[in-house]
Design a protein around this ligand. Structure first.
Ligand code: 5GP
Length: 147
């Protein structure tokens, strides 16, 4: 059997490798944060793990924790710098969910006037029986995920 064809490095992997430039905001052992090149609003940041995974659910607990640790500080700094008092965190997984770069990333998007994230949100209903069924299914999956 032949080896699977290696996928080309993503843009973010190339930024991490220093092959492409970025406007760096923050870096530590596990995390890099930089300005989005096509910002929805001034101060729109991307926060990425150095671990190269396409989707959040593939990320190690250590990388996820490292991002979680720094998010509040990055949010405070971005609000202070932009004057924004509201912001969204967005984290897309899968092309159907608007993911274009297949390296885990969190968007931090200040809301400044009418600039920022627009959300199409169409709420459904949660009948009691559906809720019980869904809780059971997700808890079963959690119990069998020992990672
Ligand atoms: P996604 O839709 O995958 O969640 O978002 C990918 C983001 O990466 C987009 O907001 C896009 O503007 C940003 N982006 C794509 N290429 C580059 C790049 O070369 N440099 C930077 N800084 N951001 C990029």
């Amino acid at each position: 059997m032949s080896d699977p064809k290696p996928s080309p490095p993503t843009i973010f992997a190339r930024i991490l490798a220093g092959e492409l430039p970025c406007h760096k905001i923050y870096e530590d052992e596990n995390v890099l944060a930089f300005l989005d090149i096509f910002p929805l609003s001034p101060g729109h940041l991307l926060i990425i793990p150095k671990e190269q995974k396409a989707y959040l659910h593939e990320l190690s607990a250590g990388s996820a924790a490292a991002i979680g640790r720094v998010l509040p500080r990055l949010a405070r700094a971005t609000m202070a710098a932009t004057g924004a008092t509201a912001y969204n965190l967005l984290q897309n997984n899968g092309a159907a969910a608007h993911q274009a770069v297949f390296h885990v990333h969190f968007h931090l998007i200040p809301k400044i006037g009418d600039r920022g994230l627009g959300i199409g949100w169409v709420p459904g209903k949660l009948p009691e029986a559906d809720a019980h069924h869904m809780v059971a299914r997700i808890q079963d999956a959690l119990d069998s995920d020992l990672s």
